[in-house]
Design a protein around this ligand. Structure first.
Ligand SMILES: Nc1ncnc2c1ncn2[C@@H]1O[C@H](COP(=O)(O)OP(=O)(O)O)[C@@H](O)[C@H]1O
Ligand SMILES: [Mg+2]
Length: 663
């Protein structure tokens, strides 16, 4: 059984063969119609011919011509005999010539006398004239006897040219024949068309019982019954719906004339499965066919065909069932699309998986490396911590040394003073007087009153007592100052231990006292360095602050100012100390202004950096620790200079009101 999957070549050959058979069948199919039409035409023509012969309906063409020619000849005969009676032969001759010229049908004509002599003639009459029997005339040769009174006088003979063309031409040019031919052809076409329409319009389904029709309509499949000419004899509603055409218009039409298409778009459909089934007398199953409906929709059917045989095993037609698989097909192709998409995404997922695996491996490696790096970092961090702790300790140590060094300077000065006071010669003199008293124990009174040396002792002792009490006061003062300075050193060391931490002891302090104390510590003997001190103090209320830390800052500032001025060779050395209140900010302001070497503009931003110094003996710690202290106290420290040689101004601002957070 042939199927849709045949080889292309074999299928082509089969198609060609099928097409030939189909053409023959086409002719065969038309023949009965043609025969019927031909029969009807013959009948019509026979009736017309019979009618014509019975009723003499149609006039004979030749006879008409003959009658016309006879009338003409008779009229001429009358005219010429009259002229001959008057002996006007020339006029006859002239009239004959004129006639022959004007009437081309006339080959020749002659007027003869009774004895046969020619009175007048035109054309080669002797050759043209064919004598009919007796006195009769034919179509070509007409003769009219002329009488003079009762006696025959002569005869007028007219020879007509035979009409041109063959007998067939003449036959065909006969209007009656033409009319019959016209009726025959038009009648044939008309009958054929009429018969075709009539046969088509005859509804064969009328003979199908209603129950059978209802049963067919109940089927979901389209069912079509065709005859051997593929004309639809019967169909059901399902098929009508599927092809979008009413049943009435389908009945009698050729099933193949619906717009069928092969499933493979390149092949044009040559032979329909039902045609093949009828030809092969074999049922044909599962042939896919596509139909383009008039509404533009395209439906796909699976076609099964069973040939219908009669008892004598002659094929009478075929039963064709159409299973509409359009939706199924669409769903199928959607499924296919989805499947291929799924396949594509599966491939993508696989790729992604591989990539992920690769990334995972890289990640593992990276993680290992990172862990190692972490461990190393931790180690380094520990080392750094140790290093920075040591560095921090070194910082604190050097800062302590620095600040303690500042105080020690002034302690040196105090001790110097003490030593000088103690080394005064009067102490030695008192010792000598004591030993003199020992020598003159027995005669002490005599010694004091008589001895010249002894006499001077009482007044001298008065002087010594006076001097000693002065020295005592100096020593007392210096010792007080020493105690204060030692206390400051203690505080410096304590404060340096936790310099970064706030929360030191706050106590009421006078800004003026702080400044003065700082000057004594930093610059105890200004005149020695030829420094003039200018004080510009405004009234500042008592403030709560850490005295020692403020002192530390101010001592640093004044020491730096002194160093800057000592280094600066020319000009006056003037140190201006200014105290005031920034009313808007509620800050106390301490300014240390000098006329020293000044600061280069490029150094200004680095002043407070740890280790920044321009001095040989410097450490670069003073301003750094001072700035930290100022910040811890809730204040600020600024440095200004108009440039090299222009001196510098350092400003410390501290909050006047105690800040709770810092308390
Ligand atoms: N009053 C000033 N005039 C000029 N330069 C100053 C003054 N005060 C500080 N400087 C500059 O700031 C630097 C840092 O000062 P400081 O931190 O106290 O360290 P050191 O005094 O050990 O150099 C000094 O070396 C100096 O260059
Ligand atoms: Mg310094």
């Amino acid at each position: 059984m042939p199927s849709a999957g045949l080889g292309v070549e074999r299928f082509d050959i089969e198609r060609q063969a099928a097409r030939d058979t189909h053409d023959v069948r086409e002719v065969m199919r038309v023949t009965p119609l043609v025969w019927i039409s031909l029969g009807l035409v013959s009948l019509t023509i026979s009736v017309m011919l019979a009618g014509s012969s019975l009723v003499d309906l149609v006039p004979n063409h030749d006879r008409q011509v003959f009658e016309y020619r006879r009338d003409l000849a008779e009229a001429l005969a009358v005219q010429y005999s009259a002229l001959a009676a008057r002996d006007q032969i020339e006029t006859i001759q002239f009239a004959m010539e004129t006639l022959a010229k004007r009437n081309h049908e006339i080959s020749s004509l002659a007027l003869l006398q009774k004895d046969g002599s020619i009175v007048a003639q035109v054309g080669a009459h002797a050759q043209a004239w064919v004598q009919p029997p007796g006195e009769q005339s034919t179509l070509q040769s007409l003769q009219v006897p002329i009488f003079s009174g009762d006696q025959p006088w002569g005869v007028l003979q007219l020879a007509f040219r035979e009409s041109e063309g063959s007998d067939i031409d003449r036959f065909l040019s006969d209007p009656w024949i033409r009319f019959l031919a016209f009726v025959g052809v038009m009648g044939f076409i008309g009958y054929l068309f009429f018969m075709k329409r009539t046969l088509r319009q005859l509804d064969p389904s009328g003979i199908v019982p209603t129950r059978v029709k209802a049963a067919l309509d109940a089927l979901t499949q389209g069912v079509v019954m065709i005859d051997t000419r593929d004309l639809i004899v019967l169909t059901n509603d399902s098929f009508s719906r599927a092809v979008n055409k009413p049943v009435t218009s389908l009945i009698g039409s050729d099933l193949g004339t619906l717009a069928w298409k092969s499933v493979t778009p390149t092949d044009s459909l040559m032979v329909y499965p039902w045609t093949r089934a009828i030809m092969d007398r074999q049922s044909l199953d599962n042939i896919p066919l596509i139909m383009n409906r008039s509404d533009g929709d395209q439906r796909k059917f699976i076609v099964n065909t069973v040939p219908i045989m009669d008892d004598g095993s002659t094929v009478r037609g075929a039963l064709v069932s159409f299973h509409d698989v359009t939706e199924l097909d669409r769903a199928n192709s959607q499924l296919k699309d989805a499947n291929s998409e799924l396949e594509a995404s599966r491939v993508q997922i696989l790729q992604k998986n591989q990539e992920l695996e690769a990334t995972n491996t890289t990640l593992h490696v990276e993680m290992d490396q990172r862990k190692k790096a972490e461990a190393e970092k931790e180690k380094l961090y520990q080392q750094l911590m140790n290093a920075s702790r040591q560095a921090g300790m070194a910082d604190v140590a050097s800062s302590v040394l620095h600040n303690v060094g500042n105080v020690l300077n002034s302690i040196n000065v105090s001790t110097d003073t003490l030593l000088k006071t103690l080394k005064k010669p009067m102490v030695g003199d008192v010792c000598r007087i004591a030993s003199m008293f020992n020598e003159h124990q027995e005669n002490l009174q005599e010694f004091l009153t008589v001895d010249p040396k002894g006499k001077q002792i009482p007044s001298y002792l008065g002087l010594v007592a006076e001097s000693l009490s002065g020295s005592h006061q100096t020593i007392q003062g210096e010792l007080d100052s020493l105690v204060k300075k030692v206390d400051h050193i203690k505080q410096v060391i304590m404060s340096q231990q936790d310099i970064a931490r706030a929360g030191n002891i706050r106590e009421p302090a006078s800004a003026e006292d702080l400044m003065e104390q700082a000057v004594v510590m930093a610059l105890p003997e200004p005149e020695k360095c030829h420094i003039q001190i200018v004080r510009d103090y405004s009234a500042v209320p008592m403030m709560m602050t850490d005295r020692h830390q403020v002192l530390q800052v101010l001592v640093n500032l004044i020491t730096n100012a002194k160093n800057a001025m000592v280094e600066h060779s020319g000009g006056t050395r003037r140190l201006t100390l200014r105290i005031g209140v920034l009313s808007a900010k509620a800050f106390a302001q301490f300014e240390v202004i000098d006329t020293g070497i000044g600061i280069k503009p490029e150094h200004l931003p680095r002043l407070f950096a740890q280790g920044f110094t321009t001095r040989k003996a410097g450490h670069g710690l003073g301003l750094h620790s001072a700035a930290i202290v100022a910040k811890n106290l809730g204040g600020t420290l600024h440095g200004q200079s108009a440039g090299e040689g222009c001196g510098a101004t350092f400003t410390l601002e501290l909050p006047l009101v105690v800040v709770e957070a810092a308390a």
